[in-house]
Design a protein around this ligand. Structure first.
Ligand code: HPA
Length: 282
């Protein structure tokens, strides 16, 4: 019998969750961290790391972009059980929402309750400078798609759901407290996601600034939507790799993004490590 796309997805989540459960060997992480472009170094800070390449997790993304290697790393960060995801699929690479759905729903299926998203982003506000960090307080979905359109599988979540506290205010506050404790400057702002793969024109940057965005990127919004749909809490931090097009003279490229993400990565790692115990407190 031929399976439908949805049936195959349910099977993939089941098999990936079983593979992840086996690798976790009795540990029960409540927190998963998705590492954005150039921020993969945090995975090397995981203690007692067990690495599962995405290729061993059915339905997980097959990655194509330089700077994104596909692997899940489970272990401890600052004494806390976590799962770290190195790499994800962007909607400039595919129109298929299932790899991302499989990734997020597999985490949910093994008991993860909080998803910490990170990304490289362009700043739209002069005070939010290059290589600095921005706590994502809200988002604007300008991708032109939502990964949850089409038939809804009620076993994962409801057809309609609210997004007013999509980026969890209480947990975000704990990240702010960790930043203060570590003396890491942390801006707050609205992240707007566009599909890419081109960077924006200066006119587009002026437009989205007017819409109320503080930073722009090509990720994290789909992950947030899928996670909120299945009842997970979401927090996020952007690492600013450039000023939006037309706001400075720099030439934008993926190499430039990776180079400046690396400059912000040390603070990003320190912030996440300090925040992790606070995010799993009862
Ligand atoms: N625009 C979109 N995505 C990005 C940018 C940008 O300026 N910088 C890093 N990711």
């Amino acid at each position: 019998m031929n399976m439908t796309v949805q049936q195959l997805h349910v099977e993939n989540v089941k098999h990936s969750a079983a593979a992840l459960m086996a690798a976790l060997a009795g540990r029960a992480p409540k927190l998963a961290i998705v590492l954005g472009s150039g921020l993969g170094g945090l995975a090397d800070r995981v203690e007692g790391a067990v690495t599962l390449p995405y290729a061993e997790l059915p339905g997980f993304p097959v990655l194509t972009v330089q700077g994104h290697t596909g692997a899940l790393v489970a272990g401890k960060l600052n004494g806390v059980d976590v799962v770290v995801l190195k790499g994800r699929k962007h909607f400039y690479e595919t129109d298929d929402p299932y790899p991302l759905k499989t990734m997020v729903r597999t985490l949910r299926a093994v008991g993860v309750e909080v998803l910490f998203l990170s990304n490289a982003a362009g700043s739209l506000r002069a005070p939010i400078g290059v290589s600095q960090l921005m706590l994502i307080t809200d988002h604007i979905n300008a991708l032109g798609l939502n990964p949850l359109t089409g038939a809804n599988d009620e076993t994962f979540g409801p057809r309609f759901f609210g997004m007013s506290d999509a980026w969890d205010p209480a947990l975000s506050e704990k990240i702010s407290q960790a930043a203060v404790a570590e003396m890491i400057p942390l801006h707050r702002g609205v992240y707007l996601a566009l599909r890419g793969p081109s960077f924006e024109t200066p006119a587009e940057i002026r437009m989205i600034k007017g819409w109320g965005a503080d930073a722009v990127g090509m990720s994290s919004v789909p992950e947030c939507l899928i996670a909120r749909h299945c009842g997970m809490k979401v927090v996020g931090v952007s690492c600013i790799t450039n000023m939006g097009a037309g706001l400075s003279d720099e030439k934008l490229s993926h190499a430039h993004t990776l180079e400046n993400a690396a400059k912000g990565a040390a603070n990003f790692e320190r912030l996440v490590i300090a925040a992790v115990p606070r995010l799993v407190e009862a």
